[in-house]
Ligand binder design. Structure first.
Ligand SMILES: NC(=O)c1ccc[n+]([C@@H]2O[C@H](COP(=O)([O-])OP(=O)(O)OC[C@H]3O[C@@H](n4cnc5c(N)ncnc54)[C@H](O)[C@@H]3O)[C@@H](O)[C@H]2O)c1
Length: 294
């Protein structure tokens, strides 16, 4: 999709971080924007920011873990802005409850929350918007936000959810191609980006609460991650890369080329039929200290 002006973008997780930057970038391209988020106060602020750019913007409170909430988002978007041409399923969370635990020790609440937002939230988005895009038939694009964690070894609930988003998006593009659809897909796999994801626990639903255990890890994780993320790319830089990728129809969006080696090492380890692939942490830390992976 090269012509953005006057078209409509729907962005989940649009009240903060990468989602907000995507909304700003869409508005800069003269698109109308539907911003969806679970945090209503931040969403109201975000809508105001987008409206200042003299495009139409609406905010729809949504919990993307719940399919009816995503359907409601789609209905509001179609009713108020008509055809949707760009869908960015971007909202995501990282759990503080996974730290230091074996994958077999993680309770259902950990999987249900992280898979619920990061994987099912994307799937529900596709179910709600792809039939609409197929029906109107105009040039459209879907960007699913995964992570470099979807290309790197392991990673607990977060890594599993992001591998799932990567595979889902590859399947999506294949199925669209088979149908000759005028819809293109991309999967966004960033490294560190300076956002609020280190405090994703702020959005954990009460019924999936992690208890005290998570409360303590939350502070620790926030401290470590906030430092790393603060040195990461600016969300606006990532949003520019995403819009360039949409315009040039690139499927895999990897805004952090300094990580390419780690992805290559993993694939080579698989093809060598070797022992389990792991990230070379010493090399990672060396590069991190040298500021090379941000
Ligand atoms: N920041 C990074 O370093 C990084 C790296 C790789 C991938 N990502 C991915 O980027 C995406 C955006 O995250 P971010 O870094 O901008 O974090 P962020 O916390 O700044 O923004 C995430 C937004 O999603 C919203 N959200 C959370 N749960 C929701 C739900 N159930 N329904 C609707 N909205 C919900 C939050 O309220 C928030 O506004 C996520 O999918 C994340 O996994 C981030």
């Amino acid at each position: 999709m090269q012509n953005f002006e006057g078209k409509t973008a729907v962005i989940t997780g649009a009240a903060s971080g990468i989602g907000l930057a995507l909304a700003e970038r869409a508005a800069a391209a003269r698109m109308n924007v539907v911003l969806a988020d679970i945090e209503e106060k931040a969403l109201t602020e975000a809508v105001k920011r987008i409206e200042e750019r003299q495009v139409r913007a609406i905010g729809v409170p949504a919990n993307i873990m719940i399919e009816t909430s995503v359907q409601n988002l789609a209905e509001r978007a179609f009713a108020e802005l008509g055809k949707v041409h760009l869908l960015c399923t971007n909202a995501g969370v990282a759990s503080a409850g996974s730290a230091g635990k074996g994958v077999w020790e993680l309770p259902d609440r950990e999987w249900d929350w992280v898979m619920g937002v990061n994987f099912y939230g994307v799937l529900y988005g596709l179910r709600a918007f792809i039939p609409h895009m197929l029906e109107h038939g105009e040039d459209s694009h879907v960007v699913n936000t995964a992570s470099l964690a979807g290309l790197m070894p392991g990673g607990g609930t977060y890594g599993v959810s992001k591998h799932a988003v990567l595979a889902l998006t590859e399947g999506l593009q294949r199925d669209l191609n088979e149908r000759g659809a005028n819809i293109h897909a991309s999967v966004l796999c960033p490294g560190f980006v300076n956002t609020n994801i280190s405090d994703a626990e702020r959005n954990r639903p009460e019924d999936l609460s992690g208890g005290e255990d998570v409360g303590q890890t939350r502070e620790l994780m926030a401290a470590v991650m906030t430092d790393l993320l603060s040195r990461g790319k600016a969300p606006s830089e990532v949003a520019d890369i995403v819009f360039d990728a949409i315009a040039s129809d690139s499927f895999y969006i990897l805004p952090h080329p300094a990580w390419d080696d780690f992805v290559r090492d993993r694939v080579e380890q698989v093809l060598a039929r070797g022992p389990v692939a792991t990230t070379d942490m010493e090399e990672m830390q060396r590069r991190r200290d040298a500021g090379e992976v941000f």
